[in-house]
Design a protein around this ligand. Structure first.
Ligand SMILES: [Zn+2]
Length: 68
């Protein structure tokens, strides 16, 4: 199972982002609402995509809130 976990990784890609009222709790810069795609890869071959929305800080990358 350890070996299996090693071969699977995830890549996040931001499709769209829009500034939103709010502040990052970590670095105090502005938060944005983003449309994201997470690609799950097995041996560097993507086999599953999920798109989701979240409020995140584009400056430090902290996820402040996520929706499904
Ligand atoms: Zn931040």
């Amino acid at each position: 199972m350890v070996c299996f976990c090693f071969l699977v990784d995830q890549k996040r890609k931001i499709r769209r982002s829009k500034p939103v009222a709010g502040m990052c709790s970590r670095c105090r810069s502005g938060a944005s609402v983003v449309d994201m795609i997470t690609a799950t890869r097995f041996c560097h071959v993507p086999f599953y995509w999920k798109s989701w929305k979240a409020i995140m800080c584009t400056f430090c990358g902290a996820i402040l809130k996520s929706y499904r």
